[in-house]
Design a protein around this ligand. Structure first.
Ligand SMILES: Cc1cc2nc3c(=O)[nH]c(=O)nc-3n(C[C@H](O)[C@H](O)[C@H](O)COP(=O)(O)OP(=O)(O)OC[C@H]3O[C@@H](n4cnc5c(N)ncnc54)[C@H](O)[C@@H]3O)c2cc1C
Length: 502
């Protein structure tokens, strides 16, 4: 450990108490681990603040000793980084380990005030304890993931409150220079509207703290939806890969006029069956990627079709929702190829049940099984944007299939569709114990990024391994981010290199 880092760790111990800092080999190994192809990134140590004032102390000491920090809330960012810092040797500030309280739930105005360690499962359980009159949105990822960390990484869910940043209101942030900023209405001492009035007075600064490294967020408001008496999902299975174009044309109008208030999921065969099955090495004679004939057999075996379209309605009663279900049935029925699966039938399928859970705001562990599709524990996400246009849909599908197959990897994907844009969630599952396969994943990711960028389709979130490269593709934007970094974190202490900002 560098001398200035040892002096920093000692100063932290003196200021916060010895139990607030951990540099043991086990801890450092645990926090350095990730699922990405470029390998683990060991920090120098981990510090666990218990209050905003302690976060401020950590920031002040880090500036004094010139030591890089990396903040996490719950560190469950699977396939994107987990707990691992972007720069090895940084000291991790695990903000959520001790700061994990639900500070308030206002059942009248329907919001919660949270510390960074509050997980999806924790908030769900607390809402349950209060009778589930309020509903939160959740990811389909780890229930131990945190609401603040996910929001700060531009995460999203699936219910009408799917837009996690959109449904957040008011942040408390310790800036890189040690000042405390409360955003929007929180800037007025004693404000009573911090978590209900989103845009406040003057420039709207909240967005600065997403996918950046300008400050450590210590508190956030999140809006909750009154839980409707009835939630009913619907499913349509399509048999062929090429049906994707028609699906996009069918989904777009239903989202454009918001007939369907959830997001639509358009999930491919392997994304679904990968949650209940593993790669059939015996059937392929050890060959990768999965041949199309074996893929077709698996579709039959697991009853998934090439694509599964799903969404949900929220209403006062079964009678209120039934006409809406009839309307989407008629709409998708026009294709002549879609097989309708009712909510009741879907509840019997572990594959479809994941969607019902997420449309219902219920955290689930089931989708994590997807990471066991191939052995070796590697997982990496590629997340480009797709316009909701049929021809582009099949162009992107062909492009991804080709590039992934060239690198002996599978096209495992779910398109999460809004009215104008779908986020294409490509899950790359690989053997992280095999160095040759890791190199192939790196090459594949770069090929995907280049091909999509050349066609004009940017990515949103990126795994640690590729954040700098993705930022370097953008014009003017990196310079402006750097200028903001200089202003708010002049010594470049916090998470240098996160999303390519130094
Ligand atoms: C099968 C599967 C399904 C998934 N489904 C979804 C999904 O539906 N939606 C989705 O969005 N994601 C999904 N994910 C991705 C991911 O697992 C979740 O988004 C997860 O919630 C993020 O981890 P976290 O909440 O623990 O955030 P953290 O790991 O705590 O934070 C993420 C990053 O934000 C920054 N950060 C965190 N806290 C702070 C802070 N207090 N101050 C400043 N910066 C901070 C850090 O750089 C950190 O690395 C999925 C993953 C898998 C494997």
């Amino acid at each position: 450990m560098a001398q200035h880092t040892s002096a920093f760790i000692e100063a932290l111990g003196q200021a916060l108490g010895a139990t607030a800092v951990d540099t043991s080999d086990d801890t450092v190994t645990h926090y350095g681990r990730n699922l990405l192809p470029s390998g683990d990134r060991r920090p120098s140590g981990v510090v666990y603040p218990s209050s905003t004032a302690e976060v401020q102390t950590i920031m002040r000491l880090a500036n004094q000793h010139q030591v890089s920090l990396y903040a996490i809330s719950t560190g469950e960012n699977r396939g994107l980084g987990l707990k691992s810092p972007i720069q090895p040797g940084s000291v991790i500030v695990d903000v959520g380990k001790r700061m994990n309280r639900i500070l308030e739930i206002d059942e009248t105005l329907c919001y919660a005030d949270l510390e960074p360690g509050v997980t999806y499962q924790q908030l769900y359980d607390e809402l349950g304890r209060r009778g589930h009159t309020l509903m939160m949105d959740t990811t389909s990822g780890p229930p131990d993931g945190g609401i603040i960390g996910n929001t700060l990484d531009k995460g999203a869910g699936y219910t009408p409150y799917f837009d996690h940043f959109g449904m957040s209101c008011g942040l408390e942030v310790v800036l890189g220079d040690g000042r405390i900023l409360r955003t929007a209405d929180g800037a007025l001492a004693g404000s009573k509207t911090w978590h209900i009035a989103k845009y406040g007075f003057g420039p709207f600064l909240d967005g600065l703290f997403l996918q950046s490294n300008f400050g450590i967020v210590t508190r956030m408001g999140v809006w909750l939806m009154p839980r409707p008496p009835v939630i009913r999902s619907f499913f349509f299975l399509f048999p062929d890969d090429e049906d994707f174009a028609e699906i996009i044309d069918l989904v777009r109008p239903l989202k454009m006029n918001n007939v369907v208030p959830s997001l639509f999921k358009v999930t491919n065969d392997l994304y679904g069956l990968g949650t209940v099955a593993i790669y059939p090495f015996a059937r392929t004679g050890g060959r990768t990627p999965l041949p199309d004939d074996v893929r077709k057999e698996l579709q039959q075996q697991y009853g998934v079709g090439a694509w599964c379209v799903s969404g949900a309605f929220y209403g006062a009663s079964e009678e209120a929702i039934q006409p809406l279900i009839a309307r989407v049935q008629a709409h998708f029925g026009r294709s002549g190829k879609a097989r309708y699966v009712s909510h009741e039938e879907a509840e019997q399928s572990p594959i479809h049940k994941i969607h019902i859970d997420t449309f219902t705001g219920r955290p689930t562990r089931s989708e994590l099984e997807l990471l066991n599709w191939r052995p070796g524990g590697g997982n990496c996400w590629f997340l480009p944007a797709m316009p909701m246009i049929a021809s582009v849909a099949n162009q992107q599908q062909a492009l991804s299939r080709r590039i992934l197959a060239e690198h002996r990897l599978e096209f495992i994907t779910e398109y999460v569709c809004g009215p104008r844009m779908a986020r294409a969630l490509h899950v790359i599952v690989f053997n992280r114990q095999d160095p040759e396969e890791c190199q192939r994943v790196i090459a594949c990711y770069r090929a995907l990024m280049s091909a999509y960028a050349e066609l004009g389709y940017p990515i949103s979130r990126a795994p640690l391994d590729f954040q700098e490269e993705a930022m370097a593709r953008l014009a003017t934007f990196p310079d402006v981010c750097r200028d903001i970094k200089r202003a708010l974190d002049p010594n470049g202490i916090l998470s240098p290199g996160r999303y390519g900002i130094r």
